[in-house]
Design a protein around this ligand. Structure first.
Ligand code: FAD
Length: 289
């Protein structure tokens, strides 16, 4: 099933994201996470893609295929392009098709100073157009409520986002944010720019201080005073920080659902325990819709 249809059927789509384990020897851990997430019946589960540049990396395809056939949930396979040639992308697309995957999150991928880009795809929009021309896949894209970290300003970034949608992206998933006002302001600008596709809000619950510091360095998300005070207050108590982080994420989600958000994409960090607790807090809101 192509996930575009979900947004017509449901008031708030709830999706979750997992990543393949770093070592293939720990592959079983992802299956135990997925088995827990299956109980929560998310509308789809996305699987990240390493930006490495090795077209033989089949882990994302394998996990996405299991999500579909073993766990009965629609998968969305991430795919980066900056380190691949068109011929290499063709190999991955063939594999995804063979594995029954119908949904791709088309990404540029971060530019790694140690891996020179192959320059056949410079931006995600070029991958979106390439996949749409080939046909057979629903294509999603990424978006950034506070602007992509390398963009000069939000307006320029939204113009580039419009190109991605015009190239064929049918749905967008946002970068994580901790202040909903950035998301609402971005949404308004995106709609004014003529971007009409569903835009899911990306929410990442804080589970520990190091994780959040790493994420913020990578993506540049702003930390509101309420959030930093919470981190400072509870940083020495892992349980307290985890509980406060869950409550903070739930509060964001309730506000987003109240405002009628198209969907919420939960960055689970492969932590099914936290996903379960969050789900339990919002289950009534989801099931009434
Ligand atoms: P693009 O849409 O190409 O944008 C990148 C930059 O280029 C932006 O600054 C944009 O404004 C600019 N730009 C775009 N088009 C043009 C143009 N025509 N002319 C000039 N400038 C332009 N990374 C991974 O490696 N694996 C993953 O699985 C993964 N999953 C992600 C999931 C989500 C929901 C998000 C938000 C990010 C994810 N990333 C992942 C990170 C992503 O790869 C990086 O943020 C990357 O730097 C940008 O990717 P993009 O697809 O948004 O790029």
């Amino acid at each position: 099933m192509q996930i575009s249809g979900l947004f017509n059927e449901k008031k708030t789509v709830l999706s979750m994201e997992v990543f393949p384990p770093k070592k293939t020897s720990s592959i079983e851990t992802i299956y135990s996470t997925l088995s827990d997430l299956q109980e929560l019946r998310p509308d789809f589960i996305s699987v990240t893609y390493g930006a490495g540049g090795n077209a033989g990396d089949t882990l994302t395809c394998d996990i996405a295929s299991s999500i579909k056939y073993k766990y009965g949930i629609e998968p969305l396979a991430h795919l980066t392009c900056v380190n691949y040639t068109k011929a290499e992308i063709d190999i991955i697309l063939d594999l995804l098709q063979q594995k029954g995957i119908e949904n791709i999150l088309a990404l540029r991928g971060d530019i790694n100073p140690d891996i020179p880009p192959k320059n056949e795809f410079r931006y995600a929009s070029e991958l979106v157009a390439y996949i749409k021309e080939r046909g057979g896949f629903h294509v999603s894209g990424a978006c950034y409520p506070e602007g992509h970290i390398a963009s000069e300003n939000l307006i320029g970034d939204i113009h580039n986002l419009k190109r991605k949608v015009d190239a064929g992206a049918e749905h967008l998933i946002s970068q994580l944010f901790f202040d909903n006002s950035y998301y609402y302001s971005f949404l308004e600008k995106a709609r004014i720019a003529g971007i009409t596709v569903p835009i899911e809000a990306g929410i990442m619950p804080v589970v520990n201080k190091a994780q959040i510091e790493r994420m913020v360095t990578l993506c540049g998300a702003s930390l509101p005073a309420k959030f930093t005070k919470m981190m400072q207050r509870f940083e020495h108590s892992p349980e307290a920080l985890r509980d406060a982080g869950i409550a903070y994420a739930v509060d964001q989600m309730v506000d987003l659902m109240t405002q009628g958000v198209d969907g919420i994409h939960l960055y689970t960090m492969n932590n099914s325990l936290i996903a379960k607790r969050i789900h339990a807090s919002i289950a009534g809101l989801i099931s009434r819709e």
